[in-house]
Design a protein. Structure first.
Length: 226
């Protein structure tokens, strides 16, 4: 099953589940069957966190939402924050060490070829200059991000740029000759293609930027400067 179809299937199942819960809640004859905690805001944080965790390549936002929901629903779990942070540091160091030992890790790869843009309750603009751009992650939560890729060249093959917009948005500026495919799922949001198309321009099919992700009560757009 294609990833896009699989993502939509997961979202569809979750929406059916939420709708069924609300219907049973409104039906007095089934009211006793539905636990009260399922209608607290913490539960919906956990639900959307799981959605982000399974759909997005970057698991940070999903883990954050699940953590906020769990720690507010069960405050006695808060010491696990230290466990999670410690494990992240330990495994992160080991992963970087293994990558450097095998020759697959370099500062150039991190700084130039992959973009990591996170905006929470704020915004910013990032200019990326890479001779072999490979994608990355753009996360906007109650904020906005602008990523300018006009100074970059796509790497061979498919490069995946994962976007997550929650009550926020992102703008991605690409060179006009890039082959770009948009596969962002809007849920109470939107994601537009504002590029200026040149009918005489031939796109290199061997280099593709695939923009994936989800827009939840938020949005984004892809555009060119000319």
């Amino acid at each position: 099953m294609a990833r896009g179809v699989q993502n939509r299937l997961i979202i569809g199942i979750m929406l059916v589940f939420v709708g069924a819960l609300l219907f049973l809640r409104n039906s007095e004859m089934f009211d006793f069957m539905i636990p009260d905690f399922l209608f607290r805001w913490q539960f919906f944080f956990i639900l959307f966190g799981l959605l982000f965790f399974f759909l997005a390549q970057n698991k940070t936002v999903g883990s954050l939402f699940v953590g906020i929901g769990l720690f507010n629903l069960y405050p006695e779990l808060w010491p696990l924050i230290f466990v999670a942070v410690g494990a992240y540091i330990i495994f992160g160091i080991n992963r970087k060490k293994q990558s450097s030992d095998t020759g697959n890790f370099s500062d150039y790869d991190m700084d130039k070829n992959v973009v990591e843009q996170i905006s929470i309750f704020g915004g910013g603009t990032k200019f990326v200059n890479s001779n072999s751009f490979k994608g990355g992650n753009i996360i906007s939560i109650f904020g906005g991000s602008e990523v300018n890729l006009t100074g970059s060249t796509l790497a061979e093959g498919d490069s995946i740029l994962d976007t997550i917009s929650v009550f926020g948005g992102c703008t991605i500026i690409v060179p006009k000759d890039w082959n770009v495919i948009i596969d962002v799922f809007p849920l109470f949001g939107g994601f537009g293609d504002k590029r200026t198309r040149d009918p005489n321009l031939v796109y290199d099919q061997n280099k593709t930027l695939l923009i994936k992700g989800i827009a939840l009560f938020g949005g984004g757009e892809v555009k060119t400067l000319f």
